[in-house]
Design a protein around this ligand. Structure first.
Ligand code: FES
Length: 325
């Protein structure tokens, strides 16, 4: 067993048989994570001292990050005692993951190649999650990850925005066969994309496409927060104007919304990429927290550019789409 030290004097023991995320969990410590397969980079941490070995490829790291001593803790096991620059999230009381049945309550087309699906949990069960987390939806032998788009105020129904990936096995089901009352299973909740208790002035959300789902969940929950003390900004990128299938005004919170279009050059709105439109606003990033969900490319670029412009590295939280079909 090796001693792994984190910020705030948190320590856990981890054997070289376990990766750091698993080893931490066995000791009741939760490290930031999402995909657990070395792709999304949510679990990226800087090693301050100690050695480890990778159990599979760290696809979510750039060569600069590797040179600068970063690792992906979901695919790294210790070879020595280590000191990692990351925090223990166990104070957030993340509900344990489990598998329960769920039926399709509603299914609607809400955009080009996008549907909204509502799943109902049996009345004898309830499903706890933190706003922003995701679940795996299981249909027969196929399992795919989807972020929950509603808040945890209702623990009997879960809402999802689902995009059609042409040729994808699960997409075939959602877009050609799925119907009300179909029986599925959900596994979760999963991941650590939820709002942290931080003393910041600006809460900034970045999303591309259906990456708006966990952002919607977090933003809707902010309405329940008394004395909202943040300036809230949302930068949501889609290809075309008609792709905005949800109106952030529905949250009833004072959010400054920047719709961003990447393809529709004719429109009189923000054209380009969400991270670049954010940078044009000249916000004080040193007093901000950024929550980003969407494409891996957007997340990588956003983190790189925003940290360079003064965002504290530890205030960037992300959940990247890892497409498996
Ligand atoms: S890369 Fe480790 S959780 Fe995704």
């Amino acid at each position: 067993m090796f001693k792994i030290s984190l910020r705030n004097n948190r320590i856990f023991n981890c054997s070289s048989e376990d990766n750091l995320v698993e080893g931490a969990k066995k000791s009741g410590v939760i490290l930031e994570h999402s995909c657990l397969i070395g792709r999304c980079s949510s679990c990226k941490v800087k090693v301050q001292s100690g050695q480890s070995f990778s159990t599979s490829k760290e696809l979510g790291l750039t060569s600069e990050e590797i040179e600068n001593g970063y690792i992906l803790s979901c695919v790294r096991s210790p070879l020595t005692d280590m000191v990692l620059d990351t925090e223990d999230l166990s104070e957030y009381n993340i509900p344990s993951s489990r598998v329960i049945p769920a039926k399709i309550q509603d299914i609607q087309i809400i955009g080009e190649e996008i549907i909204k699906v509502v799943l109902r949990i049996p009345p004898t069960q309830s499903f706890k999650f933190l706003n922003g987390q995701y679940v795996n939806i299981i249909k027969g032998s196929i399992k795919r990850s989807y972020s929950i788009a509603n808040t945890n105020a209702d623990d009997h129904s879960l809402e999802f925005f689902i995009k059609n990936y042409i040729g994808g096995e699960m997409s075939q089901y959602w877009f050609n066969k799925a119907k009300k009352n179909d029986l599925l299973r959900i596994e979760g909740p999963k991941g650590t994309f939820f709002r942290r208790n931080q003393n910041v002035n600006n809460l900034i959300f970045l999303a591309t496409g259906t990456g708006i789902a966990p952002v919607k969940s977090i933003m809707e929950n902010l309405k329940q927060t008394s004395n909202l003390k943040y300036n809230i900004y949302l930068f949501w990128g889609n290809r075309y104007n008609q792709d905005f299938f949800w109106d952030p005004k529905e949250t009833d919170i004072p959010v400054k919304f920047f719709p961003v279009l990447s393809r529709d050059k004719s429109a009189m709105v923000n054209n380009g990429y969400v991270q670049d439109i954010l940078l044009k606003q000249d916000l004080d990033l040193s007093k901000s927290a950024v929550y980003a969900c969407g494409s891996e490319k957007m997340i990588k670029e956003a983190e790189f550019k925003l940290v360079k412009r003064g965002l504290p590295e530890e205030n960037f939280f992300s959940d990247a789409f890892v497409i498996s079909n």
